[in-house]
Ligand binder design. Sequence first.
Ligand SMILES: Cc1cc2nc3c(=O)[nH]c(=O)nc-3n(C[C@H](O)[C@H](O)[C@H](O)COP(=O)(O)OP(=O)(O)OC[C@H]3O[C@@H](n4cnc5c(N)ncnc54)[C@H](O)[C@@H]3O)c2cc1C
Length: 475
Amino acid sequence: MAILLAKAGRRVTLLEKTPAIGGRLVRFRRQGIPFDTGLHFTSSLVGILGQMLTALDSIDNIEADSFPWGLKLPDGHHLHFPNQGRSAFYDYLVQEFPHEAAALRRYQELETEVLRNTPMFDLRAPVDDALAAFSELDQLTLDTLFRQLGFSPELAATLASPALYHGAPPEEVPAARHFRVSYGFEEEMIRLKGGGDRLVDNFTRALDRLGVELRTNTHIIAFQEFSDAGHARSALLSDGSALAFDDLFCSLHPAELLPLLPPNRQRGFRRLLAPLQDTCGFFTIFATVDNALPCPPHLTSYLRSLDFNQILRPDRNEPFLSTGAILSHDIRTDGTPVQCLILLAPAAAPPNAPQPTPAEKEAATLTVLEHAYEAWPELRGHLHLAAAATPHTYARYIPPGRGAYGVRMTTNAPRLMGRLPIRNFYGIGENAFTPGVVGTLLSSFLVARQVLGEEVYQQLLPADFPLTFLRNGIY
Ligand SMILES: Cc1cc2nc3c(=O)[nH]c(=O)nc-3n(C[C@H](O)[C@H](O)[C@H](O)COP(=O)(O)OP(=O)(O)OC[C@H]3O[C@@H](n4cnc5c(N)ncnc54)[C@H](O)[C@@H]3O)c2cc1C
């Protein structure tokens, strides 16, 4: 957002609470081995992601490898998706579930319809208000759609599995919102070479070139000077200084914004936030694997249940009902190759729960490892643990939530993108539209479009974008 505003000629100050920007894009290292924090994979660069990075002058040096993915079902059946476009994805599913071919094709058609009618996926599409394009599938839950189409539990679980990347269970998530995340995984999943660090480097350089004032180790502690018309004009910062502004763009978790408002402004915002709940968190194990086990990099999610309402609601069900195994090849700081394995298991993330004790963390580690060995017995004896993270660990990036993807996208969730009840505040970030790096970036483009006006916005986009966001225009 800071880059877009600065490119449009606005004077921008970017506030970052920690010593450096990057958040969950940044990798961390253990004994010289790089591990990803919150960007393990994403959707193809040949599409909306590549377009956005180009528009942000941040595409240089960004390279990606295809990153196939699959599922291991509770009965041991293994699905290896082709990772070669949506058509190939659905053709493969029709082969795997031949008795459900007609319903599957109907599902594919409905998804296509939603994507076609989602103008925000085409950065240039001439839309008066991209947000107006929500369809009736934005009101229908994914579970209801599955029931209407009569899917078997195996097929429903397979199609629901991208919910692991937005965190809202099928009983709550609108089918259209699920489609807007899952298309990317059906189309092509990739892994960025060098992880999110390269993006952060590019963003940092672009901010610098554009003269954005970056203030680190600083955050807002209160807003000042509310006008009768409902505008805030300045904020008190944690370093004791005051910052005057015309507009404020917040990528905070909305619950962080609430206590900063004066009491008479809190009531309405509190009501708006009332139905919101966070997504589940992830318990994560970071490990290396002996090179004795060479295999191509990929993601496989091992499902111990076919019910994604259980998998993604560990607060009311058993935790760790799914284990995502991300196997990647990387390079240590000393230049030697290393095979990394990250295990991600959905875990409860109650807002006020205390930090897990070391004993609880160890017990969780052993359970998640046992599940991994259950799915991939060949790993036993070849794993070397480097680190583990609980949902609390991630809360340091976007407090106060411990949910991996912020608030849950549900049929009754309020709109948090664009103008908030405080008239010159705008909601952006993972809570505003859809989570993940693509959804987070996209929310800024959509809000910039509203704020800057169509003419200025269109000038920010390079002239040579492809017409559609899907590879080869395949729907
Ligand atoms: C375990 C895990 C795995 C994930 N895997 C993927 C994946 O593979 N692919 C994908 O696309 N997405 C993934 N995600 C989701 C993705 O990481 C997020 O959706 C995305 O990073 C959100 O970007 P953001 O800028 O909103 O938040 P962050 O990247 O968390 O950045 C927030 C920034 O705000 C700063 N900050 C916090 N509070 C304040 C304050 N009060 N004032 C100023 N600054 C503040 C933080 O220090 C941080 O720098 C994953 C998330 C988790 C937790």
